[in-house]
Design a protein around this ligand. Sequence first.
Ligand code: HEC
Ligand code: HEC
Ligand code: HEC
Ligand code: HEC
Ligand code: HEC
Ligand code: HEC
Ligand code: HEC
Length: 395
Amino acid sequence: MKGIKRILIILGVMAGVVMILSRCMNTDDDLPKDIRGEAYTGAATCVKCHQEIKQSFAHDAHGLSSKPVYDQELLKVFTPDANVFNFDVHQKVVIEKRAGGIFQVAYVDGKEVRAEKFDMIFGSGEKAYTYAYWKGKKLYELPLSYFSGIRNWAISPGFSKQTFYYDRPIGSRCLECHASYVDKKVIQTSGVSTDEELERGTLIYGIDCERCHGPGRKHAVFHLENPEEKTAKFITIYKTLSRKQKMDACGVCHSGNSLVAQKSVFGFTPGDNIDDYYAQDFLGFGGGDPDVHGNQTSMLMGSNCYRKSKDMTCQSCHNTHENSKGNLKVYSQRCISCHQSTKHSEVTLAKGSLNANCIDCHMPKEASKLITFQQAGKDDLSPYLLRSHRIAIHP
Ligand code: HEC
Ligand code: HEC
Ligand code: HEC
Ligand code: HEC
Ligand code: HEC
Ligand code: HEC
Ligand code: HEC
């Protein structure tokens, strides 16, 4: 009897161990695979537990910074009578819905000369959408962009206004800031010149959880197996990062386009040092004049608020999981949290209640020098306006 009891106990313990082990293995096996590697799992896993964040993420500019084209959504920005862009009396580009998709079709004297399909969207549309089409393993920018400020089509930034242009490649650099991953291969063309090939199937659109938080598979597995654990494990805790690390985590995409990437920025995770990824910014070096576009970091770092405070970071004003867009009162509260008393002159005070809006005076909108939009039949360019992050007494 004693022997049987002992065997039963041993069997029981073994069964328990097997169950625990298999539970571990299953949790991991059940999670979706991710093209970025074994440490990743994809946003679908994260939002299972972080529902509230899913709500904000889906409507958040980061989540929408790039996406494939869904015809129905694209049709929403159509103005029925204004889908033609005339370059001159001979040349035009027309947005046309055809079998198989929506196209930008170029005509010369009424004859079709080129048609390319809308495959991909860049931009959340807050300010603009730029579109791209695939040809083999390359992505190209379409001649027309949609500019929200004028609610209409305009020539894509930087393109000539003389004629339509379909051959500007969109490199992986755009995707490094606007997407979460793409497989790229550098191929030698002739001599020293190289070209890159992008694998369309590996593209992870938008900026997802793990792009900002780093790989989270281990974190997900742990919390699935330990639902009673309420303290986050195996994921970077933002508030434990140093000021530089916090600035770098945003700066990896908000430091402008003139930086030269040394290695794939897709591998950047919070806590990393940005200098390991980028070479020196020679254009902005030595007190140069950085463009406001995509470059909030150096503008902010040049202002006294940043230089003379110990702990200002992007998070002092932005909570990436809250949409405060356009709510200048909320932003002004963040200013007041450091500036309880201000010395404004009579002239300034006479301009009304200052507390509701510190922003328009101290962070005025500035036009990007690099990006403008050309409207049809107009000589002047529509500016692309951004908040200056050089907080100062502006004239
Ligand atoms: C099984 C549930 C679960 C899954 C799946 C999950 N998490 Fe979590 N996560 C938690 C719990 C529990 C906490 C701790 C409580 C809290 O902060 O909400 C947490 C906390 C966090 C934190 C806060 C860390 C801090 O600063 O305190 C981040 C960031 C995070 N998770 C990101 C992710 C990401 C990214 C994914 C997907 C790769 C993910 N989580 C998947 C359960 C989960
Ligand atoms: C992977 C690149 C990337 C990282 C990392 C990143 N951003 Fe962004 N961010 C973008 C891009 C691209 C846009 C423009 C999205 C659009 O409108 O299409 C953007 C937009 C924004 C906006 C404007 C949102 C709006 O509603 O108009 C804010 C604010 C912002 N980012 C703050 C931050 C902060 C703070 C961090 C660090 C915690 C950060 N970003 C990290 C790429 C990034
Ligand atoms: C643009 C970068 C960015 C993206 C994309 C992003 N996060 Fe965050 N997240 C942050 C930052 C920065 C914080 C820290 C905020 C702070 O401490 O002020 C944070 C905080 C969190 C927290 C802690 C709780 C909170 O609300 O502060 C959780 C949980 C979290 N993120 C989960 C996610 C999940 C899940 C996704 C994808 C659906 C995601 N994040 C996408 C930057 C990002
Ligand atoms: C260094 C990172 C970076 C690179 C590279 C980059 N962008 Fe952006 N882009 C941003 C950020 C940040 C914003 C948010 C607003 C701003 O600062 O201009 C933005 C805004 C945009 C917008 C407007 C979104 C909106 O509605 O507000 C479009 C469209 C866009 N980018 C397309 C592109 C294309 C196409 C390329 C490649 C030719 C590209 N970007 C390269 C970071 C980048
Ligand atoms: C983290 C704290 C902090 C926050 C948040 C903050 N500031 Fe400051 N700011 C400072 C400090 C510190 C100084 C330097 C004061 C000094 O020189 O004595 C400063 C200086 C200034 C100056 C003088 C600039 C100059 O060039 O002399 C202005 C104007 C200003 N801040 C406006 C703002 C506005 C507007 C906001 C919100 C958009 C803001 N600040 C947010 C800390 C902050
Ligand atoms: C002192 C407050 C403050 C700090 C710090 C701050 N921002 Fe902003 N940011 C703002 C305000 C105010 C706006 C305008 C919001 C609006 O119009 O809805 C803004 C807008 C933006 C936008 C949208 C583009 C535009 O110009 O409309 C981006 C992108 C952005 N911030 C990124 C960052 C990044 C990255 C950092 C850190 C390097 C940062 N911000 C630090 C106050 C701040
Ligand atoms: C109507 C435009 C305007 C508004 C609104 C405004 N400021 Fe100012 N601010 C100025 C000007 C101009 C100066 C330079 C002194 C002067 O002439 O009043 C100044 C000076 C400052 C200074 C430097 C002097 C000092 O007090 O140390 C700070 C800090 C400052 N402002 C913060 C703020 C904050 C915070 C808000 C919102 C609560 C705000 N300002 C709203 C225009 C404005």
